[in-house]
Write a protein that binds this ligand. Sequence first.
Ligand code: EPU
Length: 337
Amino acid sequence: MIQTKVDLFPNNTFGIHAYAERFAVFKTVDELKTLLKDHQATESQITILGGGSNILLTKDQAGLVLKNELKGIKIVDEDDSFAYVCAAGGESWHDFVCFAIDNKLGGIENLSLIPGSVGAAPMQNIGAYGVEIKDVFHSLEALNRSELTLQTFTHDDCKFGYRESVFKNELKGQFVITSLTLKLSKVHTLNTSYGAIDTFLADKGIKQPTIKDVSEAVIAIRQSKLPDPKKIGNSGSFFKNPVISLDQFKTLQQKFPTIAHYLNADETVKLAAGWLIETAGWKGKTIGNYGVHKNQALVLVNYGGATGKEIYDLSESILQSVKSMFGIELEREVNIL
Ligand code: EPU
C-alpha cells in the first residue's frame, strides 16, 4: 500500500523530520518488483531505504520512497570449517551478528552493534575494530532496477574498498540488495589487536576469549564512545578517514607531530579524521540542538529538532576549517539525500 506525505523520522537514525511524497514498504522480492514495475515510469524518483543509519535527509523526498523489509536469516551450506549464512536485505545488521554468535560462527563479532540493515552493509563495506565485511563476504543478490531481474555478485564484482563498493560508484542507484551471504568460520580466528578490545578483555581477566566475549567487548567500547541513535540522533562517522601519500604525511607530521595516523601496507597513510576535527576545535561543540559529539569528533549529533540542512551546513564548516588548517579535504561518509 502506498501512503502519501509520510514523515521519515522513524526511518532515519539522525532523527530528522523530512517527508516522503509517497512511501511504501516491501516484504518480498515480488512486492519490490511490482512496485518498481508499476511506478518506475511515472515517479520523478524512487529512493530505497534500508535501516536509515547512514543518511542525512536535507530535504523532503520527492517521488516514492521504498523501505526494505525483506526478512530471514539461514545457514544455506556448510562444511567442516565454514558455514554460509544468507540474510535478507531488510534484516537488522546486529541481528545477523547475534545469529552468527548464537550459532558459534566467527568472523563478524567485531562488527557488533553497528546500526543499519544487512542490505546496506556491503554497499559501504562496513567496518570496525580491524574487520570489514569484505573479509567474510561470499556473495550477494541484488535486483536490477531496470530489468527487474535478480543478479548474483561475487567478491570481485563488488569492488570493495575502504567504505566503498561498486554500489556507491559505477552502479549507484541501479540495484537493490536483496540478500547477503557471508562465509563464517567454525574454527575461530579472533581479531583483538585493536587496542581497546585487548584492554577490555584483560580488565575482565578473560585469557581465552570466545567470539561472544569479543562481541561483548566491542559492544562496551562502542557504547562508551558512540552515541546511541535511539537517544541522540546520529549516523556514526560522518566523514571518512582520509588516505594520503607518505610524502604528504611526512610534511604534515613535521608541523603536527602528534597527528593520529595508521600506516597502510601500500605505503599510504590513513589519518584519523576525528583527530583532525578535534584539533581544529570542533569536538563537543554544540550549536542550538545539534553539534559534534563530545566523545568522538567524527560523529555529528542531533539532540532533537535539528534540520538536515543545519547539520549539513555544520559539516561544511568543519570541512572548510580542516582544509584550511591541514590542507586535507575530508569526504563525507554519510549519504546526503
Ligand atoms: N581521535 C581523536 N579525537 C576524536 C576521535 C578520534 O583524536 O574525537 C583519534 C584518536 O587518536 C583515536 C583515533 O582517532 O585513537 C581513532 O579513533 P577511533 O578508534 O574512534 O576510530 P575512528 O577512526 O575515528 C573508525 C570508523 C568507525 C569505527 C572505528 C573503530 C571510519 C570513518 N570510522 O573510526 O566506524 O567504529 O574506526 O574501528 O572509518 C562508522 O563508520 O560509522 C563508524 C563508527
